[in-house]
Design a binder for this molecule. Structure first.
Ligand code: ARG
Length: 388
């Protein structure tokens, strides 16, 4: 790809049958024990882990290793602009949960731990995959997402990104109201129970109705968004151990909602509607009606979350914090992998300091990966045919 500072990092696909890589285990443990001197010397721990891998094909992280690994996976997430806070991640050790019911209730408590106003970054780490054995997973891309439908007239209703997934949930017997913001059920799959659907309870589901600081009519558009972005289909890998179910959340950057979810032509596509309400001349691109509508939509998002007392950042502030993060990290002797195409906000890029520089792309571990199969499940609500 020909974008400044961007280069593709080839990541080999995950082989769930492979045993934990002893070299990766050692790299991780050395890093973990060096960064956390209170954990003591690494050598005795390395001997135990080598023996465990030799005997069982994998090993078990201590709670300290798990916590550090999850934080570093965030620190290494090259697409995330919010990494200044990586040390504050709340790590919930859920490795003992087995049944879909248990997993569901822990996902609900995850969302409650994240909060519904002053949000905290949280990750719930469920059981690691045992080499060659089936594992539990959540099909949804996020714990909270809105269903997408096609109306009788062929017009989209709800989030078009979720159309296939929504249809698949219908296939499993779920019925949405057919409205613009129907929260999808969670599809939890376990080796023993197959896939089971669960509805999120009200108490885990904070949403913010959108209003505008000046335009009263904005509320009539009936727009809203959920408070917590919680990615649920990325695999966390720490020291050669893979955690396919490790949902994590932060808080929203206004533009994710205002300049993508509600603005993209293949999502809620609200700019033409807003431009129309603003009385803008939409007959020519050069009136910049899209840009003007975009600014008002983003003002509404930031205004509404602030008024509701739900934590959210704006792209100017978060860009400055990201540069602060790079400074901190470099002072600690670490390089910061970053993907320019994701770090630069989707509006007013050049107004933010993150635009005016280059970044290094590096595949550092621990890390979060979106596997092809997980992406297909989230998109289609059914697995791709395996080629292996
Ligand atoms: N962009 C995604 C969304 O709008 C969320 C990705 C994670 N964002 C975050 N602030 N942690 O739903």
């Amino acid at each position: 790809m020909n974008v400044p500072g961007y280069r593709d990092v080839p990541v080999e696909p995950w082989d769930p049958a492979a045993p934990a890589d002893p070299g990766e285990a050692e790299d991780f443990l050395r890093q973990c024990y060096t960064e956390n001197p209170r954990l003591g010397p690494v050598e005795p721990r390395l001997a135990i882990v080598r023996a465990q891998i030799a005997a069982t094909g994998t090993y078990v992280h201590t709670p300290d290793e798990l916590t550090h690994g999850a934080k570093v996976a965030w620190r290494n997430a090259s697409r995330c602009i919010g990494r200044l806070y990586w040390r504050s991640l709340v790590v919930l050790d859920r490795r003992r949960a087995r049944t879909a019911d248990e997993i569901y209730s822990l996902l609900v408590s995850h969302l409650q731990t994240a909060g519904n106003g002053q949000l905290r970054p949280v990750i719930s780490v469920f059981a690691p995959a045992q080499p060659g054995r089936p594992y539990a997973r959540v099909w949804n891309e996020q714990l909270i997402r809105y269903a997408g439908y096609r109306g009788a007239d062929g017009c989209p209703v709800g989030d078009p990104r979720q159309e296939q997934f929504t249809a698949a949930m219908h296939g499993y017997g779920w019925r949405g109201k057919g409205e613009q913001f129907d929260v999808l059920p969670l599809a939890i799959e376990t080796p023993d129970e197959g896939v089971r659907l669960y509805e999120l309870p009200e108490r885990a589901l904070r949403e913010v109705p959108l209003t505008h600081p000046e335009y009263g009519w904005f509320a009539e558009l009936g727009l809203r968004w959920h408070a917590v972005p919680a990615i649920s289909n990325m695999r966390l890998t720490i020291g050669g151990v893979h955690y396919p179910l490790a949902p994590f959340n932060g808080w929203y950057l206004g533009t994710e909602i205002g300049a993508r979810n509600l603005a993209d032509a293949d999502r809620y596509d609200m700019l033409p509607v807003i431009a129309d309400r603003l009385g803008l001349d939409t007959s020519r691109e050069s009136t910049l009606w899209r840009d003007r509508a975009l600014v008002e939509l983003n003002r509404a998002v930031l205004h509404s979350f602030e008024r509701a007392g739900v934590k959210m950042s704006d792209h100017h502030t978060e860009s400055q914090r990201f540069l602060k993060h790079i400074e901190n990290e470099e002072r600690a002797g670490r390089r910061v992998p970053a993907d320019w195409t994701w770090i630069v906000p989707p509006m007013s890029g050049g107004l933010t300091p993150v635009f005016h520089r280059y970044y290094d792309e590096m595949d550092l571990r621990p890390a979060f990966y979106l596997d092809e199969e997980a992406a297909a499940l989230a998109r289609d609500g059914c697995p791709v045919r395996r080629t292996r």
